[in-house]
Structures are given as structure tokens and as C-alpha cells.
Write a protein that binds this ligand. Sequence first.
Ligand code: PEP
Length: 249
Amino acid sequence: MRSKIVAGNWKMNKNLAETEALLVELAAKLPDTEAEVMVAPTFVNLAAAVRNLETSRIEVIAQNMHFAESGAYTGEISADMLLNIGVDTCIIGHSERRAYFGETDEILAKKVKTALQKGIRVMFCFGEELQDRKSGNHFKVVESQLKNALFSLEKSDWSKIILAYEPVWAIGTGETASPEQAQEMHAFIRKVIAEAFDSSVANNVSILYGGSVKPGNAEEIFSKPDVDGGLIGGASLVSDDFVDIIKAI
Ligand code: PEP
């Protein structure tokens, strides 16, 4: 059975005091839910966040990691460093990493491989750009992103994979994919995975939707059968909004 998940990607926001304050608020307001709840603070605040949430069921996850084990990679963070501070889930392939930091499918495939070898659960992000959707290429683009980064995995690796479909045109723009567009793509993703692996892999992987999810639209998006939750950017920075989105699942 796949899990329901709501994850907040805080990106390059919140200093240490603000991070701790938001975590205290979230832990206090966390609704009773079976869904997994995750937050991804910036690297410098990860260890403090783990300590703050020691007694909470909110999981602290990382926004990125490097594929190399260790060494001369100035400014980078390794899988072992994450594990060492108690972080064992990592976002990989966010569209901002692809767009601003040149992360190609090839680099992302290496990151996924290293993460899995180390026992880190991967939240793999992917999604088409506006021109892909306008030209009707969105299914093809999504399929190739999945194929290039994930289709050389073993079936057993998939228990450590969470997918986050995030159409780039909907991220931080206020424009959301309609619940029908999200459902259509999520069902397509499951079909492609079933063809490449099998239906049990496809049916057991959680597929989150990300892109301008807000308290006002979360319930309708989450009600779709192939949408297992959301990766939330902007709205996860405000405790009441994030809590309302968690309630919507
Ligand atoms: C994201 O960056 O993963 C995201 C979904 O952002 P937003 O919710 O702000 O669109």
C-alpha cells in the first residue's frame, strides 16, 4: 500500500530562529493524520530541525545531495553527512536544481543511485515546462525524465522512491494544474512504470503533485485517485496554510 505524504519544501527561506519557530508551530498544530508529513529546511538548519522535531512525527528531509561519496566538491553535501545528522529522505531533481544549477537527467540518475546505495529515500521531482505542455509534448517529456533517471533501478529499489510530479509552469506561479490535469498525468506515470517494471511497483509508489498547492485547492487535487499527496513550496512557509493542506489529505 502506498503512503499519503505532504511535504514542505522551504527552499532558501527561514533563518535558524525562524526555522525553529515554524517547527514549534507546526508540531503544536499538527492534525491527527495517517499521512506522512515532511519538511525540508535549508542545509544549515537541518541538524537543528532534527533536534527540534525529536518528539514529533514530522520528518525532516533534505532538499538536495551530491552523488559523490566525499571529496573535493566545495559547497556540496554528501549522503553520509545527511544520514549522520538523522536525515534519511532527500529531494532530488527539483526543477529549480535543473534550471539554475544545471542538473541534467544524467547527474540526477547518479544522485538517485548514490542515495539508494546509502539507504536514503528519494523524493524524485520531475515535470514538463510550459512550452512542452503547449506543444502537446508533456507526456513524452515526463516519460523521458523518468526513464533517464529511474528506469535502470531494480524493482526492489522502488520501495525507497517517492515521485513528485511538478509541472514547471505551476511552481511558484500561482497557476495550478487542474485536478483533472494532475490525475491524467499521475495515471500516465503509473502506466509507464507498470510497463517498465510491473503493476505492483506502479501501484505501490506514492506520486505527489506539486505546483501552487494552497489550502483552497488542496482537497480537490488530493481527492484524485492517483494523487497521493503534495510537495508544497510557498504555502508550507506559513504554519496555518501548511496545516490546512495537511488536513486536506
Ligand atoms: C515546489 O517548489 O516544489 C513547489 C511546489 O512550489 P509552490 O508550491 O510554491 O508552487
